[in-house]
Design a protein around this ligand. Structure first.
Ligand code: BGC
Length: 384
């Protein structure tokens, strides 16, 4: 099935680059703590376009693409899409996966620098660990695009291509609010919270977006976190690992929900954590099934949505992100300015990085066919 999925991804990649546009996401001005420190914007140019990379006029050149891990489905799709679309635009591609190991990613980037890459596209494992190697890139005149995850505290980063991460969290929080009808129902309702890796800047945006919706209800006692675990550090999941989420949920259930106490909702920032929570509930929880959120529309999670075990996910079309990133690469290679639509949100500690934010889309059992199958993202067979 993996093979099938990959070939579907590859065959759709070019078509997607022609049809997608991810420019509808408004600049997010009023967002989390992370957006507060808006010191300096590296470029004021705002030239968002809806057009795909100009594949006819590419001058060639080498692009290094560093991905974090093959363990999670989405990064395989991201890497395949990037490779396919960059090659179609006339570039040589060095695509590397680092098994979620920071030292491996650093040495892969060193190799890309020494072997003549002109642009680096990096989805970091730990946003704070690339300062030294990226200083070498800068020294060598190589441009860096942070892909999906912001690279922190490095002034070598030229652009950031991602989805509106705060909006992902907002949509998850709003879903829980609406499903539990928190503005009208008496409650109280019980909720538990799972977010991602503390070294991934996105995790704070997902968490921040959701908690900006839910905190009000927690403060007024309508939502109760029985475990008491609600601060970012307490609800983070190292490496976004399914196993870590599962074992934390096991402990939470046995301490708080083994006596018939009902669990109404679990905020999960993404699908790998949602999978761990679902596995744990299946093994240990006997009450009515709670609302469970997610993100990525991974195959296992879409199957769980269809089976009623996960309530929703957020669809982030990796073909769209790749197309936008290829436009950025192309602009850099041609010495022009890359398309951005946000110059205020993502400060990496050295200033605001000009960003392009693609729009995340709500997905559940009622619209997955249209979103995922009709668009060619998955085949019917993938989801069997
Ligand atoms: C990505 C998510 C993904 C998570 C775990 C985040 O940075 O934005 O889409 O689920 O990493 O890989």
């Amino acid at each position: 099935m993996k093979k099938k999925l990959l070939s579907a991804v590859l065959s759709m990649a070019m078509a997607a680059s022609l049809m997608v546009g991810c420019g509808s996401s408004a600049p997010a001005g009023t967002q989390t703590d992370n957006s507060a420190a808006q010191t300096e914007t590296k470029t004021e140019t705002q030239t968002a376009t809806e057009t795909p990379a100009d594949t006819t006029a590419a001058g060639g050149g080498k692009v290094g693409v560093a991905m974090p891990t093959k363990d999670l489905q989405r990064w395989n799709q991201d890497g395949a899409n990037m490779e396919e679309q960059l090659k179609a635009a006339g570039y040589e591609v060095d695509l590397q996966y680092a098994s979620n190991d920071i030292a491996t990613q650093v040495s892969q980037i060193e190799n890309m620098i020494s072997s003549g890459a002109q642009v680096l596209v990096i989805a970091s494992i730990d946003g704070d660990s690339l300062g030294t190697v990226l200083a070498q890139a800068k020294e060598a005149g190589i441009s860096v695009i942070a892909y999906d995850r912001l690279i922190m505290n490095s002034d070598a980063v030229s652009y950031y291509a991602t989805f509106d991460n705060y909006m992902v969290g907002t949509k998850q929080g709003e879903y829980i609010r609406d499903q539990l009808d928190l503005d009208n129902a008496a409650g109280p309702f019980n909720i538990e919270i799972f977010t991602g890796d503390p070294g991934d800047n996105n995790a704070r945006f997902f968490y921040g977006g959701a908690m900006d919706v839910l905190n009000k209800y927690i403060d007024e006692g309508k939502l109760v976190v029985q475990s008491g675990q609600k601060d970012f550090d307490n609800v983070a999941t190292a490496n976004w690992s399914t196993e870590n989420a599962q074992s934390r949920m096991d402990a939470i259930i046995s301490a708080n929900y083994a006596n018939g106490t009902k669990l109404d909702a679990v905020l999960c920032s993404n699908d790998s954590t949602a999978l761990g929570v679902t596995n744990s509930l299946e093994a240990n929880y006997t009450g009515d099934w709670p609302i469970i959120t997610g993100q990525d529309c991974d195959v296992a999670n879409v199957k769980n949505m269809i089976a009623g075990k996960q309530s929703m996910s957020i669809f982030k079309d990796t073909r769209t992100l790749a197309a936008k990133t290829v436009e950025m690469v192309d602009a850099i290679m041609k010495g022009s300015e890359a398309p951005v639509n946000d110059t205020s949100t993502y400060d990496n500690g050295t200033g605001v990085i000009p960003s392009f934010l693609c729009e995340p889309v709500f997905a559940d059992a009622s619209n997955y066919k249209e979103l995922l199958i009709d668009s060619g993202y998955y085949s019917e067979d993938d989801l069997k």
